[in-house]
Write a protein that binds this ligand. Structure first.
Ligand code: PMT
Length: 400
């Protein structure tokens, strides 16, 4: 099923990693192990070797089948579990340290990482640990929060590692969520379109591409194939086997590229900020300022509406558009829902601080035909992206 690397660090809870490995194997997963030197004081590597029949990664310098064993494990794994995650290893990961085989392998892997912290309650509560955990959360690591329970010290406190069965359940739920959109293809537009005035000037907008990228990431995480049509952005789109990125500049190019892909896709998410107008004429040469000139008039003509064009062509596709408004949010967004034949409009009030263009957060309201608008709280764009992908996944699930 899934190739899972379990990285064991130095905590008395290390013995529970043995049960976890057994449960994961029973569920059909292939498991390999990395151990910090401290963890070998609690559990012997032989136990894990006997269970997995695979060499256990402990030493950066050990010579075995692979010339660079920590990278080999990093590349092999599809999901990395750090069980238990000691305060020390959490601190190293939060700071990108790589001074042993486990921390190096964790730094090198591109697989998602889940950590099950285990430590004394005062170590857990220490602001340094909490700071490190918040950093890991910001880096998209998944923290399986420890419980309040009996600690090795003999008293009750927060820091007791989640039980192996519960960790295995978290893994199961997470994996199920990852595969929700396998077989689906989603077309996402991101960033702003630019319309040339002359060879050095253009009409553009403030879209950074963050919202579009968040949707792309969430769709990839759910196992979908994604075609991203990307205008001018200030973010980098990841290299991913399921992602095709098509760069465009103008609205006409964005229309042609999305039209070309539309038939092959199951959903369109139009997060791009598209120029509604373009200069009627583009000067061949830089427009020069005349000595007595106070005014320059640029005549604009209407651009095609991509969302409305594709909305009118939809067959099985789900259409999700955005509405960026500075006033009369719901009224304007409702009109766009109907006019653009959309199944969803994600309305954001871009006059509100922390919402809309360029920022990392957004407060949106979801509109659907014949359904009361639903206002979401202010969320990171990443979370908005995940929630939007959840809406699509639920809809496909219900139509099965
Ligand atoms: O990129 P970020 O900095 O993260 O900012 C995100 C965002 C604010 C750009 C994004 O959340 C957003 O609201 N995108 C839509 C912006 C916009 O152009 O809204 P609109 O209300 O003008 O257009 C409504 C919908 O029609 C949009 O889905 C738009 O992509 C689409 N449209 C608009 C004009 C046009 N000619 N063709 C279109 O397809």
């Amino acid at each position: 099923m899934t190739r899972i690397a379990v990285y064991v660090s130095g905590s008395v809870a290390a013995f529970k990693a043995v049960s976890l490995v057994r449960i994961l194997q029973k569920e059909g997963h292939e498991v390999r192990i990395g151990m910090t030197p401290a963890s070998t004081r609690f559990v012997t590597p032989n136990t894990f070797y006997a269970l997995t029949h695979q060499p256990v990664l402990i030493d950066l310098w050990q010579i075995n089948q692979s010339p660079v064993p920590h990278i080999e494990l990093a590349d092999w794994t599809e999901l990395a579990l750090v069980v238990p995650a000691s305060a020390d290893l959490i601190a190293k990961m939060a700071n990108g340290l790589a001074d042993d085989a486990v921390s190096s392998s964790l730094l090198a892997t591109r697989a998602p990482i889940m950590l099950a912290p285990a430590m004394n309650n005062q170590m857990w509560a220490n602001p340094a640990t909490q700071r490190n955990l918040n950093r890991l959360i910001a880096d998209q690591k998944i923290i399986l929060t420890p419980k309040t329970g009996l600690l090795a010290e003999g008293y009750v406190g927060k820091g007791r590692m989640m039980e192996p069965e519960d960790i295995a359940n978290q893994v199961k739920n997470w994996l199920a969520k990852q595969k929700r959109l396998v077989g689906k293809v989603i077309l996402v537009t991101a960033g702003g379109t630019h319309e040339a005035i002359d060879p050095v000037r253009f009409i553009g907008n403030r879209s950074s591409g963050k919202m579009g990228l968040a949707v792309v990431q969430a769709a990839l995480e759910a196992g979908a194939k994604v075609i991203a049509v990307v205008g001018q952005v200030q973010v980098e789109f990841p290299k991913h086997p399921n992602l095709t990125v098509k760069k465009v500049t103008t609205t006409a190019e964005m229309l042609a590229t999305t039209l070309d892909a539309f038939k092959k896709v199951d959903a369109l998410v139009m997060a791009a900020a598209v120029a509604d107008f373009r200069p009627a004429e583009v000067a061949d040469q830089k427009i020069k300022k005349q000595a007595d000139q106070d005014k320059l008039t640029i005549s604009l003509i209407k651009n095609p509406d991509i969302l409305a064009t594709l909305g009118a062509k939809k067959d099985h596709q789900i259409i999700m558009g955005f509405a960026a408004e500075t006033n009369d949010l719901l009224q304007n967004a409702q009109a766009k829902l109907a006019k653009k034949h959309a199944d969803y409009i994600v309305a954001n009030d871009v006059s509100q601080a922390g919402s809309g263009f360029g920022v990392a957060t957004d407060q949106v309201t979801i509109l659907q035909p014949n359904i009361e608008p639903k206002r979401w709280p202010l969320l990171s764009k990443r979370e908005v992206g995940q929630r939007l992908i959840n809406l699509l996944a639920k809809r496909w699930q219900q139509s099965k």
